[in-house]
Design a protein around this ligand. Structure first.
Ligand code: ADP
Length: 279
């Protein structure tokens, strides 16, 4: 296999997860739908509150945080309690319009408990291809963060569709990391990291703890399908890694359900996949 294992890591002098977090000041954190939704399809408010607490600890430690949050459609279904089976694009976009308000209301009240304000940015593919728009997004992000407000980003799902959309928040969070010149992107999913094969299907799947060459990794693992609420699966996470590594931004793929995730990642007690830029 062409995947870097832990002994290779020592030889290549790569940073550990805990060193990477210690070094990072500007951190983008993406939270996937599977992390935000409970098994019954409702929004996991306990998770959100705990996560807001962890972010506030990061901020107390002089880190800057931007969140990319999925979950608008899930929140829409659980709010209106209808249309769960409607596949029609207009219904899906209508669900996102309903759910986005609910999602942000949950984030707002969770962060308020820790004396933090949030601001919403809904972005679409075109925004990243236009110089004026990217400049405006950058300035808004810098202003919010400098003033201690947490920006929460999502794709503008009620407007974007198919070929005009980014399509998944893994790639959106990668583009955001590059645009904001982040040091680190943390993707919170429902698995501990990249495995040799889908861990939901194969008990003997092995966690890959360090990746520097995404192209090689793609060739050496088997990619299974995404979960219930997920959109991109492991493919879009590897795409995100390819994007950010090109800009020397590190990336961690980790399990959002782990208790006290951010602090435990920082103190090195959680296993995850660390993508490091080549030295
Ligand atoms: P999220 O919404 O949290 O981003 P996704 O469902 O889009 O999550 O993607 C994560 C899922 O990808 C995992 O739950 C897992 O079942 C699936 N998957 C498929 N192949 C792999 C693999 N080789 N390594 C890790 N996860 C994999």
């Amino acid at each position: 296999m062409n995947i870097i294992n832990n002994s290779d890591k020592a030889q290549k002098n790569l940073l550990t997860i805990s060193e990477t977090i210690a070094k990072a000041r500007k951190i983008v954190i993406k939270i996937g739908s599977n992390t935000l939704a409970k098994e019954d399809g409702t929004i996991n408010i306990e998770f959100m509150e705990n996560f807001a607490k962890q972010c506030s600890t990061f901020i107390d430690n002089r880190k800057q945080v931007v969140i990319v949050s999925s979950g608008a459609q899930v929140a829409g279904i659980s709010t209106i309690d209808r249309w769960a089976r409607k596949k029609d694009l207009h219904y899906r976009q209508a669900l996102c319009a309903i759910g986005q308000v609910e999602l942000m209301d949950c984030w707002r009240s969770c962060f308020r408990k820790f004396n933090l304000h949030v601001g919403q940015l809904l972005l679409s593919k075109d925004d990243f291809g236009d110089q004026h728009r990217t400049l405006n997004i950058r300035n808004t992000l810098f202003t919010l963060v400098d003033e201690g407000v947490i920006p929460i980003i999502n794709e503008n799902d009620s407007v974007a569709c198919d070929e005009f959309s980014i399509g998944d928040n893994d790639n959106l969070s990668a583009l955001t990391s590059i645009l904001w010149s982040a040091d680190l992107l943390i993707l919170c999913s429902d698995i501990d990291g990249v495995y040799s094969k889908n861990p939901k299907e194969y008990k003997d799947a092995k966690l890959i703890e360090n990746i520097t060459d995404v192209e090689k990794t793609k060739k050496s693992i088997s990619i299974g399908k995404a979960n219930n609420f997920g959109t991109g699966g492991i493919t879009t996470k590897l795409e995100a890694a390819e994007k950010v590594l090109e800009y020397d931004v590190s990336m961690i793929l980790t399990n959002g359900a782990k208790p006290n995730l951010l602090q435990n990642l920082a103190n090195g007690t959680i296993k995850a996949t660390l993508f490091s830029p080549a030295q």
